[in-house]
Design a protein around this ligand. Structure first.
Ligand code: ATP
Ligand code: MG
Length: 318
């Protein structure tokens, strides 16, 4: 058994580590606050925000428009009831979601600026996306043109490639989890199903929405980051066609079609788009195009020319 002295030393190290993590969090908060025009605030409480209209309702709470009083900086505030979180046994999942999202800094990943809590609630301070969910935009417009689709697929691939390079798999890509900001840029959100793995472990949890689930997850087989690539192909199809490729009236038929990878591309779809989708939606995960290949695909560059210059810059700086 460890001596009391050793134990105390271990405890001290742990406390120091916790203190240093907390310090890091506060410094980061301070940095965000500084960027937002505020220089002295170390951590937030509800009094620091003016709460505006509700933006939506999620599984565990509500999201409101918020404005940081000191800076006037507009954010989205996600408010979760602790009691509900405990009742649904999700505090651990929430902590993981917050940790993962907090550390991912990419122009197409929704920023999580910080969080705070009071006796009853947890508040998550998020980047505000004025145009809301891609799901709603798709519902309103029916489908998207090639230019918007190419841009969103490029930005989503770029965000996911960034996640994968950090061993994070999102695992829940769908139009509800993709937000659009005031400039029309895509922000990937909702890391509730995400995992951070050590590079070799293949996870086999069933999660995500049926229409976007890849065959290996349906079959409850081990899976890798390639599950996200599959969903990029599904999203591209849904944007261009207005419905997901395996969407049929019954769930059992959807499952059957996904397992056989049985889907039909409309004749009216441009050849380049067909080729790209066919190269992503593949039963065999290793056959699916890599996200870098998606970003450099001729159809994508044709309809989102910025992709070419971004790609060139990325290649040069690597
Ligand atoms: P679920 O897991 O069911 O998706 P959730 O708890 O993750 O729920 P969110 O999806 O994050 O909740 O938020 C609920 C709604 O609030 C969304 O549908 C969206 O319309 C709106 N919303 C969330 N975050 C933002 C944001 N950053 N900017 C603008 N609107 C947002
Ligand atoms: Mg959501």
């Amino acid at each position: 058994m460890a001596s009391p002295l050793l134990k105390e030393k271990a405890n001290n190290i742990q406390t120091e580590r916790q203190e240093s993590l907390e310090k890091e969090r506060l410094t980061e908060n301070k940095e965000i606050a500084r960027q937002a025009g505020e220089t002295t605030k170390m951590s937030w409480t509800l009094n620091d925000f003016a709460i505006g209209r509700p933006l939506g309702k999620g599984r565990f709470g509500h999201v409101y428009l918020g404005k940081e009083n000191a800076s006037g900086y507009v954010v989205a505030l996600k408010v979760l009831f602790k009691k509900e979180l405990v009742r649904l046994n999700v505090p651990h999942q929430l902590r993981r979601e917050v940790e993962i999202q907090y550390h991912l800094r990419h122009p197409n990943i929704l920023r999580l600026y910080g969080y705070f809590h009071d006796a009853e609630r947890v508040y998550i301070v998020l980047e505000y996306c004025q145009r809301g969910e891609l799901y709603r935009i798709l519902k309103e417009r029916g489908r998207l043109n090639q230019e918007d689709t190419a841009k969103y697929i490029y930005q989503l691939s770029s965000a996911l490639d960034f996640c994968h390079e950090r061993n994070v798999i999102h695992r829940d890509i769908k139009p509800e989890n993709v937000l659009i900001d005031k400039n029309g840029d895509l922000k990937l959100s909702d890391f509730g199903w995400a995992v951070q793995h050590d590079g070799s472990v293949k996870r086999a949890t069933i999660c995500g929405t049926l229409d976007y689930l890849p065959p290996e997850m349906l079959a409850q087989m081990p899976h890798t980051h390639k599950v996200d690539n599959w969903s990029v192909g599904i999203l591209m199809f849904e944007c261009l066609v207005g419905k997901a490729p395996f969407e049929v009236p019954t769930q059992s038929e959807t499952i059957d079609r996904i397992k056989r990878c049985h889907f039909k591309l409309p004749d009216s779809m441009e050849a380049g788009a067909k080729e790209l989708i066919n190269k992503i939606i593949r039963i065999e995960p290793e056959e699916r195009l890599s996200l870098k290949e998606v970003m450099a695909h001729p159809w994508l560059i044709q309809h989102y020319p910025k992709a070419a210059s971004h790609h060139a810059i990325e290649t040069v700086t690597k």
